[in-house]
Ligand binder design. Sequence first.
Ligand code: ADP
Ligand code: MG
Length: 704
Amino acid sequence: MASFLDNDVKYLAGVGEGRARLLASELGIRTLGDLLYFYPYRYLDRTKIYPIADVTAEQEGTYIQIRARVQSKRTLGIGRAQRLVVDVADASGQTELLWFRGAKWIEKRLEVGREYVFFGKPGFFHERMSIIHPEFESVDSPKASGAGALQGVYHTTEKLGSAHLGTKGIYHLVSALWPTAEKGITETLPEEIMRAQGLIGRKDALFNIHFPQSAQLLKAAQYRLKFEELFGVQLNILSKSAARTARADGFLFTRVGEFFNRFWAEKLPFELTGAQKRVIKEIRADTVSGRQMNRLLQGDVGSGKTLVALVSMLIAADNGFQSCLMAPTEILARQHFASIQKMTEGLGIRVACQTGSTRTAERRKILKALEGGEIDILVGTHALIEERVKFSNLGLVVIDEQHRFGVEQRARLWTKNNQPPHVLVMTATPIPRTLAMTLYGDLEVSIIDELPPGRKPIKTYLKSDAHRLAVWGFLKREIALGRQVYVVYPLIEESEKLDLKSLTDGFESISRDFPLPEYRVVAVHGRMRPEDKQQAMREFKAGHYNIMVATSVIEVGVDVPNASVMVIENSERFGLSQLHQLRGRVGRGADQSYCVLMSGVKLTKEARQRLETMVETNDGFVLAEMDMRLRGSGDIAGTQQSGLAFDLRIADLGRDGQLIELARRVAGGVLEVDPLLSSPANALLRTLSDRYAPRVPKDFSNIS
Ligand code: ADP
Ligand code: MG
C-alpha cells in the first residue's frame, strides 16, 4: 500500500533535486518516511550553561554547554594539517576551541565579538581547557533563546552543512514535514500491549522525538520507539524458532553406550569442570527432545570446548550416527584430529580427517568410507560444507570457532530434504547474553564460564609512561628466566594528531633498550608479506627471539606457550574486546603470565574505567558486557561476525539489554497463544514482525 511517506523527499518544500541527492548519498534519506524516522541522536539542554571557570577536568569527555563571546580566531598549519583556533570568553574565564575539519566553513560562521552557545566535550592539557569540534549557535538565533529546553541534534556532514543542511537545516525540514505527515501516522502496536507496558502512542512518540515538549515526554518517546523496534525483532526471531521446534524432526540420541562409557571410565584424563558437565547435560537434553538442536557454545580460550564436542560425538556414535567437526583453518583441523585420535585410542571409534591438502587418492578413500558408514567422526575445515560431502547418516555437526553466522545456516542445508542433523556451534568470542539472544536468536546458548583447575590467571597491571623503566626491568627479569615477551603498538606510523608511538619507533627504541647479543627483537606488522610474517612467527615460537614487537594484527592463532608477558603500548587507544584478545596471547603455558597496560598519565574517565576493568577481571563476558555498555553494539565482534543487520533507528542491541529482555518476554507471551500470529487480532503484530526481519547478507539470503 503506497503511503504519503513513500514519496520522494525532493517534493518537500525546501529540498529539491540537488539537496535530495545529498540527503540520499550522505544519510540514506530518500523518502519522506526516511526523514520522519531519522531521529536526533542527542538533545541539547538549553537550560544548563556552565561558566567556563566552573568546568573541571572531572568533566573531561562529557558534554557541556558554555555561552561565550569570540575574542579572536586564527588558522594554523597548511593543507591537511590545517586547523582553526578560536579563543572565546565569558564573565568567568576563557578557553580555546579547535577545529581540524571544515576549518574554512566554521571560520566564516563565527564572528569576532559575537556571543554563541557552544556544545561539546572539554579536554584538558596541562590544566588548560579546550573543546575540539564543538557545535554552536548564535545566542540571537530564535532557537537558542526559545522556550523549548530540549533541542534535537541530528547527524549531519560537512557536505550537507555547506548546503544548509546542518542539524538546524534538518530540523527545519522535519518541522515542514510534520503537519502533513502527522495525519498519516498509524498505530503499530495493539492497545493492550501499550497499556500493559505503559507506552505512549506512536504519533505522540514521533512528535516528541523530534520536538520534545519536556524531558519526561522525550524519555517516554524514546522508550516507546525502542520498545517497538526490539519487540518487532523478537517477534520475528521467536516465531521462526517456534516454527523450527514445532517441526519435531530431530534425531534421537537416547542411548548412552559403549563408546561414551568406556571413554568416561578409561580415557578421560581429568575431572570435567562443573561448567562442562552442565553443558553436556544441556546437549543431552536437546538430543533426546525429538527436536533438532541448534546450540551456540561460548567459552573462553582454554575452557575445554573440544572435550564437550567429543563427548557429544561419542554419544552420537553410540546411537549409530556419524558426526563431523569443522575448524576454521587446516592447522586447527589437524590439531583436533590428533587430539581426538589420542583421546579415543583403543575405543574402536573410527576417526578421519579431510582438509584442502588431503591427497586425491586418500580423499576418495575417505569419501567412500563415509558414504559406506565406515567412519564415525570426520574432522575437517569449513570446506566440508561447501563440498557437501556425503555421509551415510550424519547426526551431529560441530562447528568450531565459527566466524560467520552463515556457517551455521549452511550446515542446515546439508540434508535438505532429509532430517537435519543437530548443530553445535562453538566460539571463544564472548558475546553478551542479550546480544546473543538477538543475533543468534534462533540458537540456544550454552556458556562455559569456568576454566579447568590449575590455570594461573594472568596478572594485569596498569602502568603510566612514568614507570617505563621499572617495566623494562621486569621484562629483563622474565627474559632472564627464559620467557618471551610481546610488545604491541596500536598503529604502524606516527599519526600527527594523536601522537601515538609507532611500531617502527617502538622497534628502534626497544632494540636500543634491549641490546644484542643478550636480547633479540623481531617486528611483525600487517604490511609484511604473509610469508615473512609467518616465518617471523615460527622463529619466535622456536625461541630465536625473546621479544616480539607487533601491531595489533598479531595472528589470532598465535600460540607460544613460552611467551609470558604481553605489554600493550597506548592501551587507552584499544577497545576492551581487543585488549582481552591480545591478553589471551599469553597464559598458555604453565608459567605465571602477565599483561602490562601502558598508558599516558592523563586518561579520560572512560579510558580509565576500561583499563581498570581489564586489571580487575579476566572474564571475557564481564568485559564484553562492559564494552557493550560503553560503546554500543556496533563495534562488538559478534555483531559484525553474525553478518545480520536489523533496521534499528533508535534501539541499540548493546545498550538496551534490559529492554530486549522485556520485549522478548512480551513477544513470547503473545506467541504462546498464537504461535503463527494468524489470528485477525494479531494482524498488527504480523506486520511488525515482518517489518523487523533481519537483513541476511546476500550470499545467504536464499537459505532459510
Ligand atoms: P578451547 O575451549 O579453547 O577449545 P580446549 O578444548 O582446546 O579449549 O582445551 C584446552 C586444554 O584444556 C586442552 O589441553 C584440554 O585437554 C584441557 N582440558 C579440557 N578440559 C579440562 C578439564 N576439565 N580439566 C583439565 N584440563 C582440561
Ligand atoms: Mg578450541
